[in-house]
Each structure stands twice: as structure tokens, then as C-alpha cells.
Design a protein around this ligand. Structure first.
Ligand SMILES: [Zn+2]
Length: 391
């Protein structure tokens, strides 16, 4: 029976080892090797070799194909002192990797030589706890959570759709939320607009939503825009820098304005709409699929348009549709899953049925088509009786 020391000697004699100076030379060459750090997370967070990928030793065999699908690729493995990486190199050789070396002396020797190291961006302990259920999902993980914290989403409207959407996006840790709304909280809103409460009656919705969101998650920066979105202010608001737009206003003038702006600014638009028991959700991104005008090139004449909130809505329906919009926004931010691009999802809350229709990009679309006929914002007339209502 071999002792650990004997086994280590045996393994080291079987694998290729390089020292720090050789490793540095190869890293700085025209064809650098793939550097794999096999240490534990608490070691990685203290610093790593520039360009290295982190695959803890315990996951090496199961994850190496993801980071190095090509078995003929040059790989340099390192740990703290060169022992774990020697065993790891042997394992990779057994898996068919042809050009694997272990860094003798490991990270400790690299650092002792005064060679450069990088510090990783990681979630602090509080954030790791708060977002632990995200970090546990392989498709999200710590990296995805950091991405969400860097994401900036502009919400149009803090009403029925904007309420659940803003709450879930804030809870998920989306770092910056803009809220465009010039309306005040009215008691007839509270049947569905759950970001506001009875104490906030009469307050500006954007301010009321900001307070609720910041009580829920202080990691989120909220930028209120106390104004009605129009052709006059939309470019200024978008110039503040947003990754995507979530339209929660559910009225025609805003819908067309936001669609055209999204096409011209190259931003994805998460669309939601509700009427009585029926909800619609889609993602319009003219770079990858249709825009809203590919579906409906022009607004219907006023006499045919549904009368917005005047038609009434089951209070939970905007909750479902707004949550589906938040789901689309999170997937787009993370770059995971299949967003509703080119698909219009319809749900009937009365029968609890969901169905989907395909929406194609139209070559003759007046905004995103081959020869656009609409090249400036159009301020359509608000169709609802009385003042425009936010969903
Ligand atoms: Zn279009």
C-alpha cells in the first residue's frame, strides 16, 4: 500500500510539470494554453492567474468538457502548491486530454515570483445568502447573479403590470430599475397594483413604487421619471442607459412609441397587455425577430380599440401577465432559456388556458422592415375615455 507521499511522487513522475516562469512565458505567447484553477472557492476569491477559469478539483471530471471540449487543446492546471493539480492532470490524461501540464509550486510560487494576479468579482456573504436560490441554479449561478446586479431595466408604468414586474425584478436583484409614471395612487388602483398600498393614496406612483422596492431590496437603484412618456422625452430617458424595456402601460400611444424607440435604439421590448380575462405577452426585438408593428402596423381606429382599464380586469390577471413579463426580462438579462421572440402568448384566465401564435418579421414592416415608412415618433391620440389609465 502506497503512502500519500509515494502516490504523489508516482503521479508527478507521470505528468508534465512546468514552473512559474515557463507558465508565464506560455500564457503570454501567441497561443496561450487554457489555464484551469482547480482550487476551492475560498482560495479563488483571494486571487487567480489572469485568464484562468475556475473548476474546483471535485468538479473537474464532470465539468472539463464544458470548458475544454477540444481534447487536443493545451491545458495548464494549477492549485495552491502543485499537488492537487498533479492529480488533476493525471485525471485529464485518463480522460483523453493530450496536452496537460501541472504548474509546479502552484499559485503560491506564481505569487512569490511577483507575477500578476487578478481578483475575481464575487458576491459578498450577504448577497450570497440573499440570492442563494439563484446561485444554486446552474444556469444562473454566481456569475448570473452578478449579471442581474449589473442589469438596467426601464419599466414604463407602475400600474397593474408594472407592479408585479417591478417587485419580482427587484427581488431578483436587477441592479437598476427606471420607472416612468406621472400618475398618482388612486383607491381604484389597489385591486391589482400591488406595489402600492392604502397608506400611499394620492402619492406619485413612481415614488410609491420606489419606496416599496427599496424596502424589499436595498441593492436596487430606482430611478423615477415623473412624466408621461412622449415623443418629446423618450430619447432623453433612453439615453440614461437601459438594457431592455418592459412596457406595462397597456395603451396604444405608448405601445407604438415604445416599440418604435426600441427598434431605433436596438433594445428588446417585453410586451404585456390585458383585457378582462385575457392576457398577452411577447418579446419584440427587431434585431432577432419581429417588432410590434410587424404584428399590428398601425393602431386600430379609436371606435374599435378596447377601452383600456374602462373594460375592467380581474385583479390577478395583471399579476400573472406582469410576472410573465418579469420572467422574460430575467431570461433576456441572463441570456438563458427561450425568450418569447416571434411568439405571442395568450392566456385566458377564465379557463386557465395558454396558447401561442407565431409572429413573423415582416419585410414590409413600416418600422423594422426593408424600406421603413415611419422614421420619426408618432404621438397617437389616447383612445381611452377620460385620462389615460395605466393598465
Ligand atoms: Zn417590425
Amino acid at each position: 500500500m502506497a503512502t500519500y507521499r509515494e502516490l504523489l511522487q508516482q503521479v508527478k513522475s507521470e505528468v508534465d510539470e512546468i514552473d512559474s516562469a515557463q507558465a508565464r512565458e506560455r500564457i503570454e505567447s501567441a497561443e496561450p494554453p487554457l489555464l484551469v484553477d482547480v482550487r476551492e472557492r475560498d482560495e479563488w476569491v483571494e486571487g487567480f492567474l489572469p485568464g484562468a477559469v475556475h473548476v474546483p478539483r471535485g468538479f473537474l471530471e464532470s465539468r472539463i468538457e464544458q470548458v475544454a471540449p477540444d481534447r487536443s487543446r493545451d491545458i495548464v492546471l494549477y492549485c495552491a502548491g502543485g499537488s492537487r493539480s498533479a492529480f488533476a492532470a493525471k485525471s485529464l490524461r485518463d480522460l483523453g486530454y493530450e496536452r496537460v501540464a501541472s504548474l509546479a509550486g502552484g499559485f503560491t510560487d506564481w505569487k512569490r515570483n511577483g507575477f500578476p494576479i487578478d481578483l475575481p468579482r464575487v458576491l459578498d456573504e450577504d448577497k450570497r445568502r440573499r440570492y442563494s436560490r439563484h446561485v444554486l441554479i446552474p444556469e444562473v449561478g454566481e456569475e448570473g447573479q452578478l449579471k442581474l446586479l449589473d442589469t438596467r431595466i426601464l419599466l414604463i408604468g407602475a400600474g397593474g403590470l408594472g407592479s408585479p414586474a417591478s417587485l419580482y425584478l427587484a427581488a431578483a436583484g436587477v441592479g437598476k430599475l427606471g420607472i416612468v409614471d406621472d400618475d398618482r395612487v388612486d383607491d381604484s388602483n389597489l385591486q391589482r397594483q400591488i406595489v402600492h398600498s392604502t397608506q400611499e393614496l394620492g402619492e406619485l406612483k413612481a415614488e410609491s413604487a420606489k419606496r416599496t422596492i427599496q424596502a424589499l431590496n436595498p441593492d436596487v437603484e430606482v430611478v423615477p421619471y415623473i412624466e408621461r412618456l412622449s415623443s418629446e422625452n423618450i430619447d432623453r430617458i433612453l439615453a440614461d442607459g437601459w438594457d431592455l424595456i418592459l412596457d406595462g402601460t397597456d395603451n396604444f400611444p405608448t405601445r407604438y412609441l415604445v416599440n418604435d424607440a426600441a427598434v431605433w435604439h436596438g433594445l428588446p421590448l417585453v410586451y404585456g397587455s390585458i383585457y378582462r380575462f385575457e392576457g398577452h405577452v411577447s418579446v419584440f426585438d427587431a434585431r432577432r425577430g419581429p417588432c410590434y408593428r410587424c404584428l399590428h402596423p398601425e393602431p386600430p381606429p379609436p371606435e374599435l380599440a378596447p377601452s383600456c382599464s374602462e373594460g375592467g380586469v380581474l385583479g390577478v390577471l395583471p399579476g400573472i401577465v406582469g410576472s410573465l413579463q418579469a420572467n422574460e426580462a430575467l431570461k433576456l438579462a441572463l441570456g438563458i432559456g427561450e425568450p418569447l421572440i416571434g411568439r405571442l402568448l395568450t392566456l385566458d384566465a377564465a379557463t386557465t388556458e395558454f396558447y401561442e401564435v407565431r409572429v413573423s418579421k415582416r419585410a414590409d414592416c413600416p418600422v423594422c422592415g426593408e424600406s421603413p415608412t415611419i422614421t420619426e415618433y408618432v404621438d397617437y391620440v389616447q383612445f381611452c375615455a377620460g385620462r389615460p389609465a395605466h393598465a
